[in-house]
Design a protein around this ligand. Structure first.
Ligand SMILES: [Zn+2]
Ligand SMILES: [Zn+2]
Length: 111
């Protein structure tokens, strides 16, 4: 078993709560039909023969929170993510915030 050295205590607690399985429920844009709505990736399991084992990360439930703000979050605000879901969720969240109507630009994109 390999685990990240930094914040190992927090990481372990998050993973224990998650059952060492990615907690994405479609936030990444993938409906995860195979996992019945939840990503089936588990830590240290091989997703396929040709790929390295899955390394889950403990990251904010809100994937747009990063850096110091993320480091200041408590355990309860963290979820277990596989790297693909975390990337996907962050992209989806950024896309969503860009799509928020901006009053000044509204007329420019009023098609
Ligand atoms: Zn996942
Ligand atoms: Zn996902």
């Amino acid at each position: 078993m390999s685990e990240p050295i930094v914040y190992a205590g927090t990481w372990r607690a998050v993973m224990a709560a998650a059952g060492r399985r990615c907690q994405c429920r479609g936030e990444c844009g993938n409906p995860h039909k195979k996992g019945e709505g939840r990503c089936p990736k588990e830590h240290d399991r091989y997703a396929s023969k040709h790929r390295a084992p899955v390394r889950l990360i403990a990251a904010p439930a809100d994937p747009t929170v990063t850096g110091l703000a993320a480091a200041a979050l408590s355990r309860g605000e963290l979820l277990a993510w596989c790297p693909e879901c975390h990337d996907g969720a962050r992209r989806a969240a950024n896309r969503q915030s860009r799509n928020q109507p901006d009053p000044e630009q509204d007329s420019l994109f009023d098609l």
